[in-house]
Design a protein around this ligand. Structure first.
Ligand code: SAM
Length: 322
């Protein structure tokens, strides 16, 4: 079936080239220009588009993401289908994932696999860590839908932190999609100049309960000072045994992502890149030095792209408060 899927896919994709280009333009227009006009995060859209793709291609069951995508004005479901239809047909014939989206062997991920692989690695740690936690805090939540899926069945309190504009927009979009959000406490915060913990406590967060803090796809948009301040805030206030899950980017990734047109589009929504680590050599040591410098210890890690000569481009890391 794999050979047949290629035989059908290649001519279909060639025929679809103009449709794919139009679809990509439509998605980019909504993601960049509509987000910018509404004062929203385009990078959060990039993530939910990736997670919708995972759902549609059977890589991850995520009905709530699929529902939310259809209610967001700053992405285009039609555009996504225009881009991905030939690959979807190929997937349906072969039952295998190729080109995009795919879940490569750990260590051999490329930058194109970023959202897909990163989401799966975070899922794995979250599944284990939430088994021992009573609270789940999504920091820089964007359109993350983990609090609305399987986790919702667990006896756990949910909090979402984000900038006010993005959070209000998510709430309105959840409402239009008919998704209940009563079980989640929404706390608006700017990690750059506000005390996230003070606001969390005001909204009912219990500092004596073990907590999983998820900080996915956010550190790269902050300065080192902001990243360290937020980590210190958590370490100084959260219960022992709590964990902070984050992705920390290699300087080489930041350099790549800030080249040319990509930089211009990020500037459009004020999402310039900043904090990174030099993961080109001795990456495990660089990471543990960083985590230990904030008096936390390293738990599970996924160094994505570590088989590359230039070292990993990002690490998904569990930081433990002990
Ligand atoms: C790439 S998105 C990731 C969204 C989400 N974590 C996910 O994985 O779907 C980055 C998110 O970080 C938030 N963010 C960026 N800088 C922030 C800041 N200084 N304070 C609060 N949130 C911030 C953005 O609003 C956006 O929702």
């Amino acid at each position: 079936m794999i050979i047949i899927s290629w035989v059908i896919y290649i001519p279909l994709q060639i025929l679809f080239i103009p449709v794919t280009i139009l679809g990509a333009l439509l998605v980019a227009y909504k993601q960049i220009l509509v987000s910018s006009r509404l004062g929203l995060s385009q990078t959060a859209i990039e993530v939910i588009n990736g997670r919708w793709t995972m759902h549609v291609f059977g890589l991850r069951d995520d009905e709530s993401t699929a529902s939310l995508v259809s209610a967001l004005p700053n992405t285009s479901l039609f555009g996504l289908w225009m881009c991905l239809f030939p690959l979807w047909v190929k997937y349906k014939i072969s039952g295998k994932h190729a080109i995009y989206p795919r879940a490569p062997e750990p260590g051999s991920e490329t930058m194109a696999d970023l959202i897909i692989a990163r989401t799966l690695y975070f899922d794995r740690i979250i599944e284990r860590a939430t088994g021992q936690a009573e609270q789940f805090v999504v920091m820089g939540a964007g359109y993350d839908m983990r609090a609305y899926g399987n986790l919702k069945q667990q006896k756990i309190s949910f909090f979402e932190l984000d900038q006010p504009s993005v959070q209000q927009h998510k709430l309105a979009s959840l409402d239009s999609a008919g998704i209940t959000s009563d079980h989640v406490k929404f706390v608006s915060v700017d990690f750059g100049n506000e005390d996230a913990f003070e606001k969390l406590v005001e909204s009912g967060f219990d500092t004596s309960k073990k907590t999983v803090f998820l900080w996915e796809g956010v550190t790269l948009y902050l300065s080192e000072e902001e990243v360290r301040k937020t980590i210190q805030d958590i370490r100084n206030n959260a219960a022992v045994g709590s964990v902070l899950l984050a992705d920390l980017y290699a300087e080489r990734f930041l350099a790549f992502a800030q080249k040319g047109a990509r930089k211009k589009t990020l500037d459009q929504t004020g999402e310039g890149l900043d904090f990174g680590l030099n993961l080109s050599t001795n990456y495990a040591e660089v990471l543990s030095d960083f985590v230990q410098s904030e008096s936390m210890s390293v738990g599970e890690t996924f160094f994505m792209g570590r088989n590359n000569d230039k070292g990993p481009f990002v690490v998904v890391v569990e930081m433990i408060i002990d």
